[in-house]
Design a protein around this ligand. Structure first.
Ligand code: NOJ
Length: 583
């Protein structure tokens, strides 16, 4: 009896072990190890322009809370909110005066707590934007540091003496134009600013600075946020020798990006951030890491890296000749666009990537990547298909999901964005006439992304009952959430279908990426495959019909088409389709 019992137990154990081994084999390594942020969709909200509930013309935190159900309908699992901290708002919040308090334009700390709680009920996490390369010049830290050379925060920023002739320590140009150095009368020294003069760079070499920043991050973790986006992070470390760079414009200056981005030693700072902030939590951290080459992705976000993901800018900079100046652009072919995507899809097997075509600094993707004559609805659906079916975590920028477009103002004065004015000036200095310079601004201004969210057909597109801080785009009667909600063929409902498709077909999340017809200048085509299924995605990236028959048509089932029906062997302009293929 005893022996039989032992044999039965042994048999059971063998069966259980066998079952585990078998199911492990079927699901594969990735499927077992997926973290929540790999399996979700992130939505970026630009609070000033999302939804205004108090009529002051600026969007606010309660506005985001009021639309949580809308965001849940898109399958969003995290909302990245650009900075909402106290700020003079000269760079719309990227000039932080106090990281522990909320900008009254947006609401109160209680509003943020409510948002976190309400989002949590819907299984949505809130992701904060940490602006840690610099502060506002109105921050108490800077006020103290700039008051004289003998104070407790004396070296919290980057101070340097003038050259013998009184000029700035070197010829670096800030990203928003002009010298990257500004003179401080009280200290009789210059301070460094990677961006505008009101955004002095913090001195990360000082451990007190680093610890103060880590405390801030931990304060927000304690409040219940689910992650961080870390702003301009590649600039936090400065080279030892702050020497002149080669002049790259008519002003004799040299762009600071080439001099300081991704300076050797930066990862030590970020390992410390990881250890003191992230370790032991399940928050995710995505770095805005302009200037990290693909070969270093593993160091930044591989198994022993510092972040979970980093934004890379190769794709959004595809038109720029040297990545910075709006007046120096070029045309590009579909094969070049595909190649950039291919590299970050395939070249980085152990690294997870964020997928994005838009953010608050970029033009609208339909205008950015597709020819002017493109049918905007089908063009937006084509891009949406890519965003939601490539390998990585999709980041949808507010309004992208309804196909919002660039704003096209008539004069430079109508643009709010600080970098638009600087780029306009540089374009004029470099020989463009006023209309040409204005066209650069129309094409690339950050205002394109920042015009208010188009909610419905009422005044101000339902964004505010007051006077909007930035004018609503002219096309809001045609492009808005209310109308698209009721239209099964809208861009919005296409996003929702894609979001459902991701849930139903996990290969779209954990599967490998294999591109087909890489050289085609018409089709973007790839297979996402895991151990259970194979999903074929094909997108016609032209404004004409293209013949298309999948390989093994007999064992290929059409799951969805962006036109809503099946036109057989012909792909219509910008049509996107997803198929399931049998093994
Ligand atoms: C990058 C942010 O995305 C941008 O909006 C901001 O102006 C700069 N960093 C400076 O913080």
């Amino acid at each position: 009896m005893k022996l039989r019992k032992c044999i039965a137990i042994l048999l059971c154990i063998t069966v259980i072990i066998g079952f585990c081994a078998c199911s492990k084999g079927q699901t594969g390594k990735n499927e077992q190890q997926l973290k929540w942020w790999q399996n979700t969709i992130v939505y970026e909200a630009y609070p000033s322009s999302f939804k205004d509930t108090d009529g002051n013309g600026y969007g606010d935190i309660p506005g985001i809370t009021s639309e949580l159900d809308y965001l849940a309908s898109l399958g969003v699992g995290a909302i990245w909110i650009t900075p909402i901290f106290a700020s003079p708002m000269k760079d719309n919040g990227y000039d932080v005066a106090d990281y522990y308090s909320i900008n009254p334009l947006y609401g109160t700390m209680e509003d943020v707590e409510t948002l976190i709680e309400e989002a949590d009920k819907r299984n949505i996490k809130i992701v904060m934007d940490l602006v840690f390369n610099h502060t506002s010049d109105e921050s108490e830290w800077f006020k103290e540091s700039s008051s004289d050379r003998n104070n407790d925060k004396n070296d919290w920023y980057i101070w340097a003496d003038a050259r013998e002739d009184g000029s700035a320590p070197n010829n670096w140009r800030g990203i928003f134009g002009g010298s990257a150095w500004t003179w401080c009368e009280a200290r009789q020294q210059y301070y460094l600013h990677t961006f505008a003069d009101f955004q002095p760079d913090l001195n990360w070499e000082n451990p007190d600075v680093r610890n103060s920043l880590f405390d801030i991050a931990n304060f927000w973790i304690d409040k219940g946020v689910g992650g961080f986006r870390v702003d301009a992070v590649t600039y936090i470390k400065k080279p030892d020798l702050m020497i002149d760079g080669v002049a790259d414009g008519t002003d004799g200056l040299s762009g600071i990006h080439n001099m300081t981005a991704n300076t050797e030693g930066i990862l030590d700072f970020l390992h410390e951030f990881k250890e003191k902030v992230q370790d032991g939590t399940d928050i995710f951290v995505v770095g805005e890491a302009n200037g990290v080459p693909n070969e270093q992705l593993e160091d930044w976000c591989g198994e022993n890296g510092v972040f979970d993901m980093i934004f890379s800018f190769d794709l959004v900079n595809i038109q720029f000749v040297n990545g910075e100046y709006w007046y120096k652009t070029r045309d590009f072919k579909l094969s070049e666009f595909k190649k950039i995507i291919h590299v970050f899809q395939q070249g980085t097997d152990d690294v997870w990537v964020p997928l994005f075509f838009e953010n608050h600094d970029q033009p609208r993707s339909i205008n950015h990547f597709l020819p002017d004559c493109t049918d905007k609805i089908n063009g937006a659906k084509a891009l949406a298909t890519l965003l939601m079916t490539l390998r990585g975590t999709p980041f949808i920028y507010q309004g992208e999901e309804i196909g919002m477009t660039n704003v096209n103002r008539d004069t430079i004065e109508e643009y709010n964005d600080i970098s638009s004015h600087n780029q306009y000036k540089m374009a004029l200095e470099n020989g463009l006439d006023r209309e040409e310079a204005l066209q650069c601004v129309r094409d690339y201004s950050r205002d394109n992304a920042r015009s208010p969210m188009q909610w419905d057909m009422t005044a101000n597109s339902g964004f505010t009952r007051g006077r909007a801080w930035l004018a609503v785009a002219d096309n809001y009667l045609a492009v808005n959430v209310g109308s698209e909600d009721n239209d099964p063929n809208s861009v919005l409902n296409w996003y929702r279908q894609l979001s459902e498709l991701r849930k139903e077909h996990p290969a779209l999340i954990d599967g490998s990426f294999n591109e087909l017809r890489e050289d085609s200048e018409e089709l973007f085509m790839y297979i996402r495959e895991n151990k259970k299924e194979k999903i074929l995605v094909v997108i016609n990236f032209t404004g004409k019909q293209v013949d298309f028959i999948p390989d093994n048509p007999g064992s290929t089932e059409l799951l969805i088409s962006s036109y809503g029906d099946d036109s057989g062997d012909i792909l219509r302009p910008y049509e996107a389709r997803c198929y399931r293929q049998q093994y």
